[in-house]
Design a protein around this ligand. Structure first.
Ligand code: GAP
Length: 444
């Protein structure tokens, strides 16, 4: 299967099965904003829960935070985003489209008469490149004037920096320690695309780890390996993951060193997590712009310093695309093509489906009892519509790891068939052991 077909098939499965829909589709869609349907919202929640568990609950040295999306506008001056979070863009005076200056479809040099617009094809209408800020602006309060201008945050990290002393004081942590946050971020991307890969509204899962200057390189190494291990624990195939160290020309304005974690998507290798050594760039800028001291007093060493920060920053939506793309498989089963999402059980939106073999002989009643019992602990789905084969296929496409079939034998010996999504193996399990069985197999 060609990789572009694979992407098209994944996008269509996501719509068909209720993972992801185009935003405002009823009105023709809104560019690069996507809505998560019933299965998608469960998948993304499971990803975020796994991240929160690994980064906050399972560690003693990281605290959680949920800061506001709107922040004081000076935050973005201090962070360098007002001046530096820009892309060089060119406008077409004829068709009014805007392009990145490095768009390979542009022929000639923008601003000169021979430059050709990739949108409308006219020559001489492309402006010379201008810097365009990627932050969304809005107004706070009733007056639309520049004094009320605020930005939708383009990263969640700044909410952590401006709260770092609050968290430190309230939590009794000592450096080294971290603060983690999951939340929405917004960027007016000029070349969004590839489904949920690059969107204008997205969720980030970010952690800022505050360390003593001089120990930052060691922690940077620690966190980049830790994060790679986490991705592998989601079941993502190792050969599809790699590190990409940033060269000097690629580093963001705040970083001394950076590694991307990349995945081989159907459209090529791309970043979905960044590990950054941000030094004391952000804290020193906030200290200077706010006029408030942000130093840490290290009692053991009897010294004051501004901590350095090692950041891990991963997109929840991009991770969803990674696990979906990695899980999508087509295979021939009994002369038919089976489409299956081999999602890790901990990420699967539905853990088990309960299916009476036929809609009579008391089987639906037994199946419903099992369903109501199990759904108290696991996200379970009841389905009695259509042939058993079709019901299996629907659950394979939803990535459900187990199907429980209630059949004639159930009435004789109180056992059911448990079908495994990936191997198609079937085994008989006693009805009263099902909760324990899934507890073992789902790690719940
Ligand atoms: N605080 C650092 C930071 O924001 P970044 O490399 O710009 O660093 C981190 O973004 C992660 O956020 C990316 O690896 C990606 O997963 C996600 N991300 C960034 N821009 C995105 C967009 N337009 N759409 C979806 N995800 C995005």
């Amino acid at each position: 299967m060609a990789e572009s077909d694979r992407m098209d098939k994944l996008v269509s499965l996501c719509k068909r099965r209720g993972f992801v829909f185009q935003s405002s589709e009823l009105y023709g869609g809104l560019g690069s904003v996507w809505d998560y349907g019933p299965l998608g919202v469960e998948l993304k929640r499971n990803i975020k829960d796994r991240w929160w568990h690994a980064m906050v609950r399972a560690r003693d040295d990281i605290e959680g935070l949920d800061a506001g999306i709107l922040m004081h506008p000076k935050v973005w001056e201090a962070s360098g985003h007002v001046a530096g979070f820009t892309d060089p863009l060119v406008d077409c005076k004829h068709c009014k489209n805007r392009f990145r200056v490095d768009d390979p479809r542009i022929k000639g040099k923008p601003g000169e008469p021979d430059a050709q617009c990739p949108g409308c094809g006219t020559k001489g209408n492309l402006t010379a490149p201008r810097l365009f800020n990627l932050m969304f602006k809005t107004f706070m309060g009733p007056v639309e004037e520049s004094a009320a201008l605020v930005y939708l945050r383009p990263e969640t990290a700044q909410g952590i920096y401006v709260n770092y002393l609050n968290v430190l004081q309230g939590s009794r942590q000592k450096v080294p320690f971290g603060i983690a946050q999951i939340g929405k971020a917004f960027r007016n991307e000029i070349t969004p695309g590839n489904f949920i890969f690059r969107t204008r509204e997205f969720e980030q899962m970010e952690m800022q780890f505050f360390v003593r200057p001089g120990t930052d390189e060691e922690w940077f190494e620690f966190w980049r390996h830790e994060r790679m291990t986490w991705h592998a624990s989601l079941g993502v195939r190792a050969e599809k993951l790699r590190f990409h160290p940033h060269g000097a020309d690629e580093l963001a304005h705040y970083a001394k060193a950076a590694y991307d974690i990349e995945y081989e998507f159907p459209f090529g290798w791309h970043e979905f997590e960044g590990i950054h050594n941000r030094t004391d760039f952000d804290l020193s800028r906030h200290q200077a712009h706010s006029g408030k001291k942000l130093e840490y007093f290290d009692q053991e060493r009897n010294e004051r310093y501004l901590p350095y920060v090692v950041e891990t920053s991963v997109g929840a939506d991009r991770t969803a695309l990674v696990v979906l793309a990695d899980a999508y498989h087509e295979e021939a089963v009994e002369g038919e093509t089976r489409v299956v999402l081999r999602l890790h059980p901990s990420l699967a939106p539905i853990k088990a489906s309960v299916l009476p073999l036929v809609k009579k002989d008391g089987l639906p009643e037994i199946a419903l009892r099992i369903y109501h019992d199990l759904k108290l602990r696991f996200n379970t789905f009841y389905d009695d519509g259509g042939s058993i084969g079709r019901r299996y296929r629907r659950q394979d496409e939803a990535g459900t790891p187990f199907a429980i079939t209630v059949d004639g034998q159930t009435k004789d010996d109180a056992t059911v068939t448990v079908r495994h999504r990936d191997t198609l193996a079937q085994e008989r399990v006693a009805m009263d052991r099902l909760a324990a069985y899934f507890g073992e197999h789902l790690g719940a």
